[in-house]
Design a binder for this molecule. Structure first.
Ligand code: CA
Length: 228
């Protein structure tokens, strides 16, 4: 308990109320108001989670994220992006961020995402491997890249997160509710159709024959299973 959070955010109007809320939730919060300071504090650590704004004075959030990963810092990073910066989300995940949230966001939504990341961080992964070769597919979890027959497969951030979850739970039957909760950070009351749509997209991109999927199979009435 009392997880340590580093909040790297230059907008005081956002950082102060947010840090107050996080402290009330029981988190220990440290604030950095620019990229260089955030980077230095993250290196000095340790933190359980980093909330990282993209647009920062000095070093951008994307560069902070990239450099931390290059230095071997594996602390979960949740990027905070402006709605218009859609490219930043994808770049951020490629550079090693674990999730992103578009501003303006609801504090409750942020807390749910943080809990999901913190839970994921303490769950021991079934395999510590980060590169998985499955037939013609090469899935690099650390770099957030997927190749099929040597060709890079463009995946949205959410598609990649879903695939990563499947890979980390290879062989397990995963219900739609579980996927929504752990990948989206949603409560089960949200429509599970979202899951089906994203599974459909992943199949289009990854399966040899998307109409007869062999990689992500459906258990009728139950959910999905990643065969690996
Ligand atoms: Ca900013």
């Amino acid at each position: 308990m009392n997880e340590r959070i580093l909040l790297v955010e230059d907008e005081e109007a956002l950082a102060i109320p947010l840090s107050d809320r996080l402290r009330r939730e029981g988190y220990l919060v440290q604030i950095a108001a620019d990229g260089e300071t955030g980077y230095a504090q993250a290196l000095a650590g340790p933190f359980d989670l980093i909330l990282l704004d993209v647009m920062l004075p000095g070093k951008s959030g994307l560069n902070v994220c990239r450099d931390l990963r290059q230095r071997g810092i594996s602390t979960p990073i949740l990027m905070l992006t402006a709605l218009t910066q859609t490219d930043d989300k994808v770049i951020g995940l490629r550079l090693g961020a674990d999730d992103y949230l578009a501003k303006p966001f609801d504090q409750a939504e942020l807390l749910a995402r943080m809990e999901a990341l913190l839970r994921r961080a303490v769950t021991p992964h079934i395999s510590a491997e980060t590169v998985h070769q499955i037939g013609a597919l090469r899935i690099d979890l650390r770099r957030a890249e997927v190749f099929r027959d040597g060709q890079k497969v463009p995946l949205s951030a959410r598609e990649f997160e879903l695939l990563q979850y499947f890979v980390e739970h290879t062989g397990a039957l995963l219900t739609r509710e579980e996927l929504l909760r752990d990948v989206w950070g949603y409560k089960a009351s949200t429509s599970t159709r979202t899951v089906d749509v994203h599974v459909g997209w992943l199949r289009q991109k990854l399966e040899d024959d998307p109409k007869h999927p062999k990689l992500i199979v459906t258990s009728i009435g139950m959910g999905y299973r990643f065969t690996g």
